[in-house]
Design a protein around this ligand. Structure first.
Ligand code: ZN
Length: 485
């Protein structure tokens, strides 16, 4: 089975053929660290975590680079205004790196709660100023940039005569020339469509570095061109990010790389779709801006309750990454129930006793799940196959169907591979000693069972009542008991 991915550049699904198999270079635009992580951070992180996990499962050796934008991403426009991080630092009287560190730790904690694997390399833009200056020099040498008042701008019109500006986003340069709005300090640029590669810092600007052109800072788009090629080479396999980055960020990245190197750097461009909340775009001004921490603790007026990180992850995976996802408390509650059902079946599966005959098609299940993943990472279809298998597991559990020892082992393997390894669902949250914890509860409930047999109702009730008070639900069954938290 071959992996097919949708290439945004060619606008069609293509069979994935790495440039240098078994090695795969994957670059994903990471967060700008100036505020708490929210859903907009969760979706690309989870989308490309799935890709990273699946490529690894297929046997590829993936070098996954996800950058940290800590300079050059400006409040209103990539060219003008004050850097978001610098602004926060100035307002709160902090070192810019204090702001970065504060939010980066929080970002990492949120990603770890969502079970997003850390990338192989996580380079900071501010740690790659030299590489960015060298990249600008190449663009200048090739004649696609010009210096103006200590800043360096990319000459889009000249570039477009030789290459194609707009090929990723499908935008038309003539329309862009007309519609690009007037900007402060625009007179430095020949055309409003030109974008900054290097900006001379204003005296009050607190983040700046020396360069051949001025004391200043790099333009936002440059970091990804410089760091992507530094760590993955002049041509690499996959570049990913949110759809909102397609223009201007990724379009400018393509232009920078073609101008400096004479060719495109990226073979496959992948973009995840956006998230809406109750049908609306997420925004601070709309009052529907919910941080991941607020989801995890339920502390927001739009949330009916707290939702676990795995519920958020499962909810995101129930949509294909190229579809929009609309968050609402009701939708999350449905996902929470669905996930609980799936995990309950998984935990039942671990306790099933095999029979001589089998009425479950385990091989077919594995193939169908693989087929869905190979079809441009179709996680919702994988999940629906796992739900079908859960029904079969429940029938076996109820004695209506049977499974052989061989099939049981394989089914356990399929569930572990797809639920835990590929979809990255943790089966028990916030518990690193999951096994010991499960065994301790089983032990308590076995003591209760023994007490019941001895008609020691006081002990039996005490164990049940106190576990119930702790949030466990306990069900007596014909073979003993079932419990969940
Ligand atoms: Zn980027």
């Amino acid at each position: 089975m071959e992996l097919q991915i949708y290439n945004t550049l060619t606008r069609r699904k293509e069979i994935f053929k790495p440039i240098n198999a078994p090695h795969v270079g994957l670059y994903v635009c990471g967060p700008t660290v100036y505020g708490d992580a929210h859903l907009g951070h969760a979706r690309p992180a989870i989308t490309f975590d799935i890709l990273f996990r699946f490529l690894t499962y297929l046997g590829y050796k993936v070098r996954y680079v996800r950058n940290i934008t800590d300079v050059g991403h400006l409040e209103h426009d990539a060219d003008e205004g004050e850097d978001k991080i610098a602004k926060k630092a100035r307002l709160e009287q902090l070192e810019p790196m204090e702001v970065v560190q504060h939010y980066l730790i929080r970002y990492h904690n949120a990603m770890s709660a969502l079970n997003v694997l850390p990338p192989s390399i996580e380079p900071h833009a501010s740690g790659h100023i030299i590489e960015q200056i060298e990249f600008i020099k190449k663009i200048l040498d090739a004649g696609f940039a010009y210096i103006s008042e200590g800043s360096v701008y990319f000459d889009v019109e000249k570039y477009n005569k030789q290459f194609h500006y707009g090929k990723l986003s499908g935008r038309n340069i003539d329309e862009l020339l007309e519609t690009t709005r007037k900007l402060d300090g625009q007179e430095e640029k020949r055309r409003s469509i030109d974008f900054a590669l290097w900006k001379k810092a204003a005296p009050e600007h607190i983040m700046h570095w020396p360069s051949p052109w001025s004391e200043g800072f790099p333009g936002w788009h440059l970091e990804c061109s410089a760091m992507g090629t530094k760590y993955l080479g002049e041509t690499f396999d996959i570049h990913g990010g949110g759809m909102d980055l397609m223009f201007p960020h990724h379009e400018c990245e393509i232009a920078q790389s073609c101008a400096a190197l004479g060719h495109e750097t990226v073979k496959y461009w992948m973009h995840n779709n956006m998230i809406t909340i109750n049908g609306q775009k997420m925004g601070k001004s709309l009052g529907n801006f919910i941080t991941l921490d607020e989801f995890f603790n339920g502390n927001h007026k739009l949330l009916s309750k707290a939702f676990s990180p795995m519920t958020i992850r499962f909810f995101i995976l129930q949509a294909h990454y190229r579809s929009t996802v609309d968050f609402s408390s009701e939708a999350l509650e449905a996902s929470e129930k669905g996930l609980a059902r799936l995990l309950e079946a998984y935990s039942r599966l671990k306790k099933i006793s095999p029979a001589k005959t089998s009425s479950v098609d385990v091989k077919g299940l594995k193939e169908k799940c693989l087929e869905a993943m190979c079809d441009d990472l179709n996680t919702p279809i994988v999940i629906s196959h796992l739900f079908d298998a859960s029904k079969a597991i429940n029938s076996i559990h109820d004695g209506k169907e049977t499974i052989s020892a061989e099939d049981l082992n394989e089914l356990l393997e399929v569930f572990k591979t797809f639920i835990e390894d590929i979809l990255g669902i943790k089966t028990s949250e916030g518990n690193s000693n999951n096994d010991a914890y499960q065994k301790a509860i089983d032990l308590l409930l076995n003591i209760r069972l023994e007490a019941k047999r001895n008609k020691d109702w006081a002990t039996s009730d005490k164990i049940r009542d106190e576990l119930t008070a702790l949030g466990f639900s306990i069900k007596d069954t014909k073979d003993g008991f079932e419990w969940q938290l």
